[in-house]
Design a protein around this ligand. Structure first.
Ligand code: URA
Length: 204
């Protein structure tokens, strides 16, 4: 019999708390495992926790999180209806990119989350998440806004590619592209009949 996703996620979280698979366990303040319903139809995957996430133990609560919350509204999604996590569950010091070794050490946790939740659609926030999920390098400037079929951890789902929400802080152009992508995502979710879509995307 299939065990309940909530139980599987709790078990995975407690394994991640004890994990010493890379050096980040020594420098992090808190594990940032993931947040959201275990039966979410939509999952968002970022890169790695930053300073505020490390302090709170919750993904996307700093400046990038503020941007993400506004973008979710553009797509007609409520934050509490989606499951949010990162490729890497502990903060890389100084917010540097996670290394290949750190990504590999955390892989079983992302695989376990996706296999427990079984999302219909996953949003890759930035090239690191997209690269991990697709198993190939992704140039987001060329591929953002696209929807592709993905199989990860033996689970088939639609993968929507977009920039990392932090990229919208530094570039006005990327901010507009992110807004356009999330409006497009709203339309895709409706077409796929994903029930967590709560309101029409706003016009500019
Ligand atoms: N950037 C990420 O990729 N993830 C977070 O949780 C915060 C910032």
């Amino acid at each position: 019999m299939r065990r309940d996703p909530k139980g599987i996620l709790e078990e995975l979280r407690s394994k991640a708390e004890k994990c010493t698979g890379c050096g980040l366990c020594k420098t992090r303040a808190n594990l940032v495992f993931g947040v959201g319903p275990a039966n979410a139809e939509v999952m968002l995957v970022g890169e790695a926790p930053g300073f505020w996430e490390d302090q709170a133990g919750i993904p996307f609560v700093g400046a990038a999180g503020k941007n993400l919350n506004a973008l979710l509204q553009e797509a007609g999604l409520k934050r509490e209806e989606v499951y949010i996590t990162n490729v890497v569950k502990a903060r890389p010091p100084g917010n540097r990119d996670p290394t290949e070794e750190e990504i590999a050490a955390c892989r079983p946790f992302l695989q376990g989350q996706i296999s427990a939740i079984g999302p219909k659609l996953v949003v890759a926030l930035g090239r690191i998440a997209a690269g991990e999920l697709l198993g190939r390098p992704v140039a987001m400037s060329r591929e953002h806004g696209s929807l592709v079929d993905c199989n990860y951890a033996g689970v088939n789902f639609k993968l929507f590619l977009t920039y990392h929400p932090a990229a919208g802080i530094y570039s006005g152009r990327t901010k507009m592209e992110l807004q356009d992508d999330f409006r497009k995502l709203g339309g895709i979710l409706k077409k796929l009949g994903i029930s967590s879509v709560t309101k029409q995307p706003q016009g500019r």
